[in-house]
Design a protein around this ligand. Structure first.
Ligand code: AMP
Length: 358
């Protein structure tokens, strides 16, 4: 079976490694020269929405998936009649627009922070009055890793936020004084079987994921996250891996966003779960039975951003993943995973590694 993957970054690379173990063939579409996944299969170097490249991919592949959520939906739809595309385009459409995404959470009864659509400066001033301060103004489209965001802390920031983001469709949402952030990684196959990985606790720095730890010792939160995940997967008639990011505050979870793809906060599953998120995504889209999502221990993951130091390469503990990307400030170049017998050991090891490599 041949799987066409749109996007050939590190997520495509890790999908490619998992495909090799499953005996599946992969090919990629990505405009960048020499992307990380090039070592796993042929890459057609064309834009993500290129109609000819997509038509060729549809022709030569049994199923198409993506590792990147800004694939133009209209372009995908041109090949939808000729090849299965998973996850479904509806999931992509909701995830590409924060307003759509929030309306979907509301429709499904998934709790979320208060928000308003913002198209004018007056909308922004009204949102500040109605939702209270602080609030976060975000671009509705194409934001990632905290990009395209502005925190309005006082009334004086309204003008600065408007000047910095005007001209784009925006939303304003309440600032959540969360206790911590979590993500739920779930997978659903075409027969409707659902598996949800143990909950993951995440720390972001400057809007970029810094560390992930799983499982989280909070069964009531895990239950809430699983309920929200089930609603999304079932409503969207979803096939593949879906990642849902939430804010934990007291005994409540508020949904932040979802990604219709494998996710950085699920990288620990490569060493830390019986079946990784990458393998389970491929299993789902290829029509193979899903694998066990059981943990192999207490997992921790540290992202390597901007550079991979010599000390990181010399570690004799943990597993280093180097995506083979050119170093650049703020760029995700790799990660390190640790697995331990208990949460304390895992945290000690992860902290020690963090101090050594940075
Ligand atoms: P996002 O791109 O929406 O995932 O935002 C990136 C990160 O910014 C999140 O993981 C949070 O750490 C922080 N953040 C985003 N929105 C909020 C919010 N409404 N309240 C508090 N922190 C937020």
């Amino acid at each position: 079976m041949r799987i066409g993957i749109i996007g050939a970054g590190q997520l495509g690379q890790m999908l490619g490694f998992a495909a090799r173990d499953l005996g599946l063939e992969v090919c990629f579409l990505d405009p960048s020269p020499a992307p990380p996944a090039a070592s796993c299969g042929p890459v057609v170097q064309r834009p993500f929405g290129d109609p000819d490249a997509l038509a060729d991919m549809a022709e030569s592949c049994d199923v198409i998936t993506y590792e990147f959520e800004n694939v133009p939906v209209a372009a995908l739809q041109t090949i939808a009649g000729s090849v299965p595309i998973w996850p479904p385009a509806a999931a992509l459409r909701h995830a590409q627009d924060r307003l759509d995404e929030k309306q979907l959470f509301e429709e499904l009864g998934v709790p979320l922070p208060g928000y308003r659509a913002v198209d004018t400066r007056a909308d922004l001033a009204a949102a500040a009055t109605e939702l209270g301060l602080p609030l976060v103004v975000k671009t509705r489209r194409l934001g990632y890793d905290g990009k395209g965001q502005f925190v309005v802390r006082t009334g004086d920031d309204v003008d600065a936020a408007w000047r910095s983001l005007r001209g784009q469709a925006l939303i304003a949402e309440q600032w959540v004084p969360f206790d911590f952030e979590v993500s739920s990684i779930g997978v659903r196959d075409a027969r409707g079987n659902v598996r949800i990985y143990p909950l993951t606790r995440n720390v972001h720095r400057n809007g970029i994921l810094h560390t992930s730890r799983s499982p989280v010792d909070a069964p009531e939160l895990a239950e809430l996250a699983a309920a929200a995940m089930h609603k999304l997967l079932e409503h969207l008639d979803y096939v593949g891996v879906l990642a849902l990011e939430l804010f934990a505050i007291g005994n409540q979870l508020l949904a932040n966003e979802f990604a219709p793809r494998v996710h950085n906060s699920g990288h620990w599953t490569i060493e830390g779960a019986v079946t990784s998120q990458f393998e389970n995504h491929l299993r789902a889209v290829a029509g193979l039975p899903l694998g066990s999502i059981e943990s192999r221990g207490h997992a921790g993951m540290l992202n390597l951003i901007g550079e991979i130091t010599a000390a990181a390469r010399e570690l004799d503990q943990g597993t280093l993943h180097d995506y083979g990307k050119e170093p650049r400030p703020g760029r995700k170049l790799g990660h390190i995973t640790v697995i331990a017998g208990c949460a304390e050991q895992r945290d000690t090891l992860l902290n020690k590694i963090e101090q050594t490599v940075t």
